[in-house]
Write a protein that binds this ligand. Sequence first.
Ligand SMILES: NC(=O)c1ccc[n+]([C@@H]2O[C@H](COP(=O)([O-])OP(=O)(O)OC[C@H]3O[C@@H](n4cnc5c(N)ncnc54)[C@H](OP(=O)(O)O)[C@@H]3O)[C@@H](O)[C@H]2O)c1
Length: 297
Amino acid sequence: MKTIIAGASGFIGQHLCSMLKSIGDEIITLSREDFITGKFDLLVHKLNGADRIFNLAGAPLNRRWTREYKKEIFNSRIQTTAKLVAAINEQPTPPSLFVSTSAIGYYPSDGAYIENAEVYTPTFLAYICRKWEKEAEQVTPQTRLVITRLAPVLSTDGGIFPPLASLFRYGLGGKIGSGKQAFPWIMLTDLLRIYRFIIEHTELKGVLNCSAPDITDNALWAKSLGQELRRPVLWTIPPYLLRAILGERSVLLTEGQHAIPYKLEKNGFTFEYTNICDALDRLCEKKSDITSHVLEY
Ligand SMILES: NC(=O)c1ccc[n+]([C@@H]2O[C@H](COP(=O)([O-])OP(=O)(O)OC[C@H]3O[C@@H](n4cnc5c(N)ncnc54)[C@H](OP(=O)(O)O)[C@@H]3O)[C@@H](O)[C@H]2O)c1
């Protein structure tokens, strides 16, 4: 199978490439260079004959959200997706599958939500997610569209776990505010298993919440990580302090959404990691996902 991956050089993209290569796919990677103005014809050419396309492109969120950088967060997702979709729609034989990314920041921070919940969340992240999904939905109906609304992905190789675990190792970890806000997560190995499940279950389409099924709140996460690393969890970190240090992006830590993976489970997907203690047990074994994941999915 010829598979195209946009955002292939990133944390998730690299693991997705290894997983797809292990099942025999021929991979063609796209970087931001492929989306610059004036290169559309080349993009259309690169997509020619592709069987499936994965869209993981997006500027990182863990930088200060200045007005300028917010534009980059927006353009790197929405314009990139729009160009990718336009290039797919130009194909004489479009790919059978297009997997585009979104995030559970789509939902409000209170309540629990399944995929078809009708919500309007008035935050920057939710706005990005809505626009990101809208662009993906413009893909030709000849292509099966799956939109993965991702929770923060836990792995020893990237994402939020390594920096947060370092803070806890230095005794600087703690719950944030009341600790009652959701702490959503999904293990990288489960996400890779979901990508494979999507490929194999050709009846699956539309939005999928990709978040571990158990409810974890911030206090439970902090207590469990402290226990796993054998470090005291002494602090309660006030949200205003994070806001002062991190600016607007502090919402990534002070708020959390509870997304229920209803469609995945209804269609027979079983998560290997459902509770945070098992996940942390695995992550704190210090096995790198780079060397171990090929064996796991
Ligand atoms: N990791 C998570 O926990 C998580 C959770 C929810 C949603 N997501 C979303 O999932 C996607 C992949 O996440 P990740 O953790 O793998 O991200 P990542 O490591 O930051 O990689 C992002 C990819 O996007 C591309 N990119 C960066 N800036 C770009 C720009 N200005 N224009 C076009 N492409 C750009 C990069 O490709 P080049 O440098 O090669 O151009 C890179 O390969 C992102 O869109 C992210 O928002 C991730």
